[in-house]
Design a binder for this molecule. Structure first.
Ligand code: C2E
Ligand code: MG
Ligand code: MG
Ligand code: MG
Length: 276
């Protein structure tokens, strides 16, 4: 009986792996088709000065307009795209599209702020990264100081030396670098000392309870003060309420991004809301 169970378990396990593999291949094909059929689109979320309400930047966030499933969020496909290697093709498309869109907005006279683009692990470690960034700027006509690349700590943790070298090359172009999801990764303070970044984004896990939680307040206040001394800008992600906003302001943080101000919006909705 025990043997039979064991056998059954083995069978299911095996079957499960097989199933997972099929799913993955399917999804990779789907991602390829999606790219080729122009099913990816960018949504834009404003970054604002908490005191004045002025727009200070925009983050580009990918969405997949699936013909049957509707709009699919990156959480449902970015990791598969990473595993299959599709992320680079998708990511380079994002980079180019984001630069083009921000240049169009600049040209229309509607706004004059930078665009932030998320870079995946594989893109960051791709040897063609710097060339791709240069080309995206050249093709779009966007000035380098209007592009910010958002990179997480975990992307850079594996090889700090190499990461610093890449970051220096990006900064040499005049492009900004923002440390995304700050506080969730390894968060070694020595990273802040050695990484040539100009902005850090405090992760929304510090914001959720900030109105009540004194520890979160203390941590955010400390990060803001430390960053100030290092000449690094701070922005807080995930502000959903006026209580959180006030708490963040008490921590002396003045740049925010979050649904309280606006959710990520499609191009048309963004234009309509901010400069119609
Ligand atoms: P992220 O870069 O940290 O982006 C911020 C995420 O927080 C976005 O989720 C945004 O919609 C969400 N968010 C903003 N404000 C609030 C808020 O007030 N409350 C809550 N609950 N969430 C808020 P989204 O668009 O689903 O993206 C998730 C992640 O997927 C991003 O996190 C980023 O890591 C990745 N991602 C998005 N677009 C791209 C892309 O073009 N390329 C790559 N490589 N990754 C991307
Ligand atoms: Mg980001
Ligand atoms: Mg983030
Ligand atoms: Mg993230």
């Amino acid at each position: 009986e025990a043997k039979k169970n064991h056998k059954n378990r083995y069978f299911f396990y095996n079957n499960d792996l097989h199933h997972q593999m099929l799913l993955k291949v399917n999804t990779e094909n789907e991602l390829q088709v999606a790219l080729y059929k122009h099913q990816f689109t960018l949504f834009y979320q404003p970054q604002v000065n908490a005191d004045s309400g002025h727009l200070i930047g925009v983050e580009a966030l990918i969405r997949w307009r699936h013909p049957k499933r509707g709009i699919i969020l990156p959480g449902a496909f970015i990791s598969v795209a990473e595993e299959t290697g599709m992320i680079c093709d998708i990511g380079w498309w994002v980079l180019n599209e984001a630069c083009r869109q921000m240049k169009r907005w600049h040209d229309s006279g509607a706004l004059n702020v930078p665009i932030s683009v998320n870079l995946s692990f594989n893109q960051f470690h791709d040897d063609t990264l710097v060339k791709r960034v240069q080309r995206a700027l050249k093709m779009s006509g966007l000035r380098p100081e209007f592009l910010e690349l958002e990179i997480t700590e975990s992307t850079m943790a594996e090889n700090l030396e190499r990461s610093i070298k890449i970051l220096n090359e990006i900064r040499a172009l005049g492009v900004g670098v923002s440390l995304d999801d700050f506080g969730t990764g390894y968060s070694s303070l020595s990273y802040l000392k050695s990484l040539p970044i100009n902005q850090l984004k405090i992760d929304r896990s510090f914001v959720r309870d900030i109105a009540q939680n004194h520890r979160d307040q203390a941590i955010v206040t400390a990060i803001v003060s430390m960053a100030e001394h290092l000449w690094i800008d701070v922005i807080v992600e995930g502000i959903e309420s006026s209580e959180q906003l006030r708490a963040i302001q008490r921590c002396r943080c003045h740049a925010i991004q979050g649904n309280y101000y606006s959710q990520p919006l499609a191009e048309d909705d963004f234009s309509e809301k901010f400069f119609a």
